[in-house]
Ligand binder design. Structure first.
Ligand code: FES
Length: 334
């Protein structure tokens, strides 16, 4: 991680954390339906630094907030690069960026946050990426290359035309393994990448990472079931879990001394926001990590993809946008 923040433009208008006001500097074709969006300070200043695996939240018109992993080399201190795949049936963020945004326009961008950090001390790293999930993984590759650390990439897409940075990845030779579903002999519909098979030859103490669509992440979770929790790292773009809205929870807020009741049909975050509290949140589905809250008493019902298995077992943190409570009372450090 390098770079220095030198008074980048800050917008105070959009919330608790200061946001950067950045300009869309360029949009470049990367792959089918996928473009690279480059954001810079209008004054050309360096931006707050980030480490590989980090993401930024873009504040889009219509109160849309969308998280995108940073794909660039973290050494490029004056820009943030994100690859965005246009999803016609998505929640609207990618369409807005692709169709409604023009080079030169400015928007609010939250400081980088990292829920998917790279273990730089690992002797070997095995990286799995699916589709646009290559974004944080590519940033990791840049860093591992710079450190001279061994790594291998298993990158799967529907077909070659959807694959990002194929030319750059080609420079890494045997470290890169590519899988294209439409090139599977017989076109059986089965994914070209068999994660268990790919892991079979990896050293037992390797750090293993995965970022991709939900079916790939589910296959990854199954294939790594018996690995040590501290060796497994996942980054989700979307959630397949229903938020807990059963209600009936008594929230005791330790710092303010208030008690708040969560009604049926509400999440914990919604109940707290209703009282006028100003709390950080972004994705609202348990993937970005911005609503993480410390639990002092009680047992959360974890529904997020942000906390690790170990953190979920410890029950000391909760993602209040989607998780509920197994106990009638939760004491939160708020
Ligand atoms: S708002 Fe993203 S994890 Fe809760």
């Amino acid at each position: 991680m390098t770079g220095t923040a030198q008074n980048p433009d800050v917008s105070p208008a959009t919330g608790r954390e200061p946001h950067l006001r950045l300009r869309l500097q360029s949009v470049t074709y990367l792959a089918k339906q996928t473009s690279l969006f480059e954001f810079r300070s209008p004054k050309g200043e360096n931006l707050p630094p980030y480490a590989p695996g980090a993401h930024i939240d873009l504040h889009l018109p219509g109160d849309l907030v969308r998280s995108y992993s940073l794909i660039g080399d973290a050494n490029q201190a004056d820009r943030y690069l994100v690859a965005v795949k246009e999803e016609p049936d998505g929640r609207g963020g990618s369409r807005l960026l692709h169709e409604g945004f023009k080079v030169g326009q400015t928007l609010d961008v939250a400081h980088p946050r990292n829920n998917f950090p790279l273990d730089e001390a690992a002797d070997h790293s095995v990286l799995f990426a699916g589709g646009i999930g290559i974004s944080p993984i590519y940033a990791m590759i840049c860093r591992l290359q710079a450190l001279g650390k061994p790594w291998e990439l298993h990158y799967a897409t529907r077909s070659r035309e959807y694959a990002v940075y194929l030319d750059r990845l080609g420079e890494f030779g045997a470290a890169v393994h590519l899988y294209f579903d439409d090139e599977v002999p017989g076109n059986s519909g089965a994914p070209a990448l068999d994660i268990s098979k790919a892991l079979a030859t990896a050293p037992g103490d390797a750090q293993v990472y995965c970022c991709g669509p939900l079916p790939m992440l589910n296959a990854f979770e199954a294939a790594t079931e018996n690995l040590a929790d501290e060796n497994i790292h996942t980054e989700y773009f979307a959630s397949d879990q229903e938020a807990a809205t059963e209600g009936g929870i008594e929230l005791v807020l330790q710092q303010s001394g208030k008690t708040v009741f969560v009604d049926e049909g509400q999440t914990i975050l919604e109940a707290l926001l209703e009282t006028g509290m100003d709390l950080p949140f972004s994705c609202m589905e348990g993937t970005c990590g911005s609503c993480e809250t410390v639990v002092l008493e009680g047992t959360p019902d974890h529904r997020d993809h942000s906390l690790t298995k170990k953190e979920k077992t410890e029950n000391k943190k909760i993602m209040i946008c989607c998780s509920g409570s197994k106990t009638q009372r939760l004491v939160l450090d708020l």
